[in-house]
Every structure is written in structure tokens, then in C-alpha cells.
Design a binder for this molecule. Structure first.
Ligand code: P1T
Length: 538
């Protein structure tokens, strides 16, 4: 019997798994289609053309479907993420960095050799510093302390000069990042604040760019658009274009973190009003000029824990290497998108990259410290030794010694030497702990010239210390010692002021230091007389 003839496969049209390409045919989006309607994941997409500088790699970011999240949150609609972390400098703010610089060049305001100064939560700074590095401007960035060191290192590497300002300073206080930028601007000749809070180029970068891309990528169908608001440039610029094109068929949802006051109506801001929050880049204590709140149909308040856990979930399930404000936007989007039907589309902006948070929300230890635990992706470490259920009060805690903010570095060095400590808590005039001076911090600051022996200790404070209560378990303390050398033992004290006695209305609870415990105290306890294996016990 004659064997059936098999056609020899054409090497140029058959992939390793036997999927055939439709010969050389490219679909409208640039992908080569395989038979059975699949696209390869091994890159046959037409690459962008060659670029003169990396500034051309800003914009044209991918829109990615989040099917795992759709399923997990029981959504009928399609959930799409606009992945802005693929911009050259790693965030959506590269778009406005480039736009504001190019507008200022075109108007003749910015000239070769000039200095760009900007108050920023970091990403606009990176966008501007990237332009400055490539185009040859000097760049000075004023950045609140809260923002991650990862942003600082990127800024430094791009050649920017950085000034950190207190996070708690109100926007119009003399020590805020905005006031400092204005002072530097007045002192430095040929310097300019391009001012993302008021510069029309900020929303226009999104009106002309981000929004057009989204309309193109969705075939002109966006039923819901969700974005966090910082300056409000993203949501105002994109929202304006979407409303012009789609009218009220597109619902614009603004995400504002608890603690900020951007949301409307104002009563939405009551919970934690003007208190600190962790997520970076969104929320303010003033309304920026470029934020057009008329364009926003619904405001929603995001929560730090839900934001950070959603960020981790997006990384883990969708492979989207995004940052904390992306988690804020997505954690609110999955609630609001529930109202959409099958076939409708919700587009969510993911503004920046996990690169900015490698030592923060990408670290399990950091998440646990902040209490951002879901017992699924982030689980608390459990210790099971005999000591783990004992209490901090079982440790031998030394008599507390604290110093006030006006003590000099020289005074603190003398004190540490004479008392035999290597750290001491610093309290303000109300008795609240503002930080800890440690031998390590003083060494780093003094040797690098960032403080002098006559500086106040507040110039070399370690602020990210941990507090524990006397009733806390040693297991919990061991979790802290996993990555921190010490913890402050604090007790709550209720403080009545003259006008509150009787009614008790203005009674405040204050945290008072009752000692410091370090790793050696725990080790001493475990290996000491109480240890089950100790000869003293027998
Ligand atoms: O400023 P706006 O267009 O509203 O984008 C908000 C936003 C969201 N997420 C992150 C991580 C951000 O950095 C920002 C805004 N960032 C700044 C205002 C800044 O100076 O970097």
C-alpha cells in the first residue's frame, strides 16, 4: 500500500509548537496572527523605529487586559490596565516632564544651561531630570521625606540635586517642598519652576497623548475610566478628551487616598482628614490648579492596606510590575466596575513601577511592619519557641533615657559614651517621640559632613523606628528584629487639657517611651535562666 504523502512543513511558517502563521500577514495592531486565531508571545510585533534619544520612548504604553482580576472580583466587564511604568523614566509623569520642558523651550523661557527646579513627589522629578540629563539643563528637586529612597537614587544617578523636606509640612508652610522650591528659584539665576500644579502642559500631555492612545487601543469604547489624582493632570487631561469624545457614556472615577482632601463632596474626606498616609504620588492638602473636579463623575477614597495588597496582587497574578498608587486605583476600580455589564470596558491607569518601591511595598517585611497583611500573599512570620508567647514586659527593660530636640550632636555623643548606650530616643516639647539618635546615624552624618558636632540631634534622627507595647508577644518582637536592630517600648498615656476635664472630650492619647529593647535583650532572655534548657532551671 502506498504511503499517504505528507506536505513538508515550511520552516518559515511553522512555530516550535506547530502553530502556523498566516504567511507574513500582519494584523492592524502589528502582531502576526497564527492560525486558530492566536498571537505568538515571542515577539513578532513591529518594533518602534530607531530613536535619537530615549525621550522618544515616552507614551505609546501598552493597554493590558486583567482577566485574573475580572474573575477574582466577579466582574462582567473587561478590565484594562494602561501600563505607564513602561515609559522611559518609569512613570506616567515622564509625559509631563517632557511636555513642560519642550513647551518652555518653544516659548523661549528655557535656555541652554538653565536650571529646572520642581517640587514633586518624585516621578515628575525623574521625568524632568531625564530631560535635563539628555538636553543639558541643571535640575534641582524638592522632595518630601516620605518619598522612597529608590526615587532619590534614580534622581541622583540622573544628576539631579535633591532637597528633602518634612512630610508633615503643610503645602504653604515655609519648610514645605513647594515653599523651598520658590526660595531656591528666587536665589538661583536663570532657574525656572515649570510648576506641574499649574502648568497647562500637564493636563495637555494627557489630553493629547494618554487619552488618544486609550481611545485608539480600545477602539473608541471606554465605559469607565479610573485614575488616582495627585496634581490631577492625568485625570483632568484624559477625562476631558474622553468626555468630549464619548460624553456621559464614559464614567470618570477619581481616586483620592484617605487623608487627602481632593474628593468631592468634601464629607468624603472626613475619615483621617489631613492625616498621613503611605501611598506616594496621589492626594494633597490643597486643590491644584490643573485639577478640574467638574470632569470627575465619582470620587472614591482609597485605603493604604488595600492599595499595597492590590499592588502585590497585580504583580503576582497579572505580572504587572507596578507601584502603590496603581494598587490604589485598581483596588477602587474593581469596586466601581461591578456596575458595568459584559462587553463594557473599564480602563485603569497604572502610573508607576515597582522599581520605586523595592525596599517598601515589594518587601514582605515592610508590608508586615505596616500591618498590610492578607494572610494569602503576605503572611506574618510565626515563631513557635517556648519564649514566643512570653511578653515584652518579661524582658529586662533598662530605665528609659530620652533627650530633647535641642541637644547637640556633641552632647548626644557624650551622653551615649557616658551611659554606655548606642542609641537614645528624642522627644519634642510635648513629650512625643520624634526619632532615635543612633551611633550609626550620627557616624554616617558626621563623617559625610551632613551635620556638625554643633548641629541639633534632629539633623541625624532615625525616624523609621518601631514601637511595641509591654503586652506584645516576644514572637511579634522577633518579627521586628528580623530586619530592625531595636524597638521602642511605649505605653499609652491619656492626657486631659484644662478645658476637657469633666466632659473628657478633648482627651488625647499619647505614646510615652518606657524603654528600648534590642536584639541582645531577646537573645539574653532566650538563653538565660528562664530557658527550658538552662542549668539554672533544673
Ligand atoms: O499628578 P497626577 O497626574 O494626578 O498623577 C498622580 C500620580 C499617581 N501615581 C504616582 C505614582 C504619581 O507619582 C502621581 C503624581 N506624581 C507627582 C505629582 C510627582 O510629583 O511625581
Amino acid at each position: 500500500m502506498a504511503k499517504a504523502k505528507r506536505a513538508a512543513p515550511s520552516p518559515s511558517t511553522t512555530s516550535a509548537k506547530g502553530w502556523k502563521r498566516t504567511k507574513g500577514e500582519k494584523s492592524s495592531d502589528g502582531w502576526v496572527k497564527l492560525s486558530k486565531g492566536r498571537t505568538t508571545s515571542t515577539s513578532v510585533k513591529a518594533p518602534p523605529g530607531p530613536m535619537n534619544t530615549v525621550l522618544e520612548h515616552i507614551g505609546n504604553t501598552p493597554l493590558v487586559r486583567c482577566m485574573k482580576l475580572e474573575k477574582e472580583y466577579g466582574l462582567d466587564c473587561e478590565l484594562w490596565a494602561k501600563c505607564e511604568f513602561y515609559n522611559a523614566g518609569g512613570s506616567i509623569k515622564d509625559r509631563i516632564g517632557r511636555r513642560m520642558v519642550e513647551d518652555a523651550e518653544a516659548s523661549g523661557r528655557l535656555k541652554p544651561g538653565d536650571t529646572i527646579i520642581e517640587p514633586t513627589s518624585g516621578n515628575t522629578g525623574i521625568g524632568l531630570a531625564l530631560c535635563a540629563a539628555i538636553k543639558g539643563y541643571k535640575c534641582i528637586i524638592c522632595l518630601p521625606e516620605k518619598m522612597s529612597n529608590e526615587k532619590v537614587y534614580v534622581l541622583q544617578a540622573l544628576g539631579a540635586q535633591i532637597y528633602r523636606t518634612p512630610t508633615e509640612a503643610a503645602w504653604d508652610a515655609p519648610d514645605s517642598h513647594i515653599s523651598l522650591a520658590k526660595r531656591l528659584n528666587a536665589e538661583i539665576p536663570n532657574s525656572h519652576i515649570l510648576d506641574q500644579y499649574a502648568n497647562p502642559g500637564n493636563p495637555l500631555a494627557h489630553y493629547d497623548g494618554t487619552a488618544e492612545e486609550i481611545l485608539d487601543q480600545t477602539g473608541g469604547q471606554v465605559d469607565m475610566f479610573v485614575a488616582g489624582a495627585g496634581t490631577g493632570g492625568t485625570i483632568s487631561g484624559t477625562g476631558k478628551k474622553l468626555k468630549e469624545r464619548l460624553g456621559d457614556s464614559c464614567t470618570v472615577v477619581g481616586v483620592d487616598p484617605k487623608g487627602s482632601i481632593l474628593a468631592v463632596p468634601d464629607c468624603l474626606n472626613d475619615e483621617n482628614r489631613l492625616e498621613g498616609y503611605t501611598v506616594e504620588g496621589i492626594g494633597y492638602d490643597f486643590i491644584p490648579d490643573v485639577l478640574d473636579r467638574e470632569l470627575i463623575d465619582v470620587w472614591t477614597k482609597s485605603d493604604d492596606a488595600a492599595s499595597m495588597l492590590m499592588m502585590r496582587k497585580m504583580i503576582r497574578t497579572e505580572g504587572l510590575l507596578c507601584g502603590g498608587s496603581c494598587g490604589a486605583a485598581m483596588s477602587e476600580a474593581v469596586k466601581h466596575a461591578k456596575s458595568l455589564k459584559a462587553g463594557q470596558k473599564c480602563v485603569v491607569i497604572l502610573p508607576d513601577s515597582v522599581r520605586n518601591y523595592m525596599t517598601k511595598a515589594l518587601s514582605d517585611n515592610w508590608m508586615i511592619d505596616q500591618g498590610f497583611i492578607d494572610n494569602d500573599l503576605i503572611q506574618k512570620k510565626e515563631f513557635t519557641g517556648w519564649w514566643a508567647t512570653k511578653k515584652v514586659s518579661d524582658l529586662e527593660i533598662k530605665t528609659p533615657l530620652t533627650i530633647t530636640e535641642d541637644v547637640t550632636v556633641r552632647g548626644a555623643v557624650d551622653l551615649l559614651k557616658n551611659e554606655g548606650f548606642d542609641m537614645v530616643p528624642v522627644v519634642n516639647n510635648k513629650g512625643d517621640v520624634v526619632g532615635v539618635v543612633t551611633e550609626g546615624n550620627m557616624t554616617a552624618r558626621l563623617l559625610s559632613g551632613r551635620c556638625t558636632p554643633d548641629s541639633q540631634v534632629t539633623e541625624c534622627l532615625y525616624k523609621s523606628f518601631h514601637k511595641v507595647k509591654l503586652g506584645e508577644s516576644l514572637g511579634a518582637l522577633a518579627g521586628i528584629f528580623d530586619h530592625e536592630p531595636f524597638a521602642l517600648v511605649c505605653t499609652d498615656q491619656r492626657l486631659f487639657s484644662a478645658d476637657s476635664v469633666g466632659g473628657g472630650k478633648n482627651c488625647k492619647t499619647r505614646s510615652v517611651v518606657s524603654g528600648i529593647v534590642s536584639r541582645i535583650d531577646l537573645l539574653e532572655f532566650i538563653s538565660g535562666a528562664d530557658s527550658p534548657g538552662s542549668p539554672m532551671k533544673k
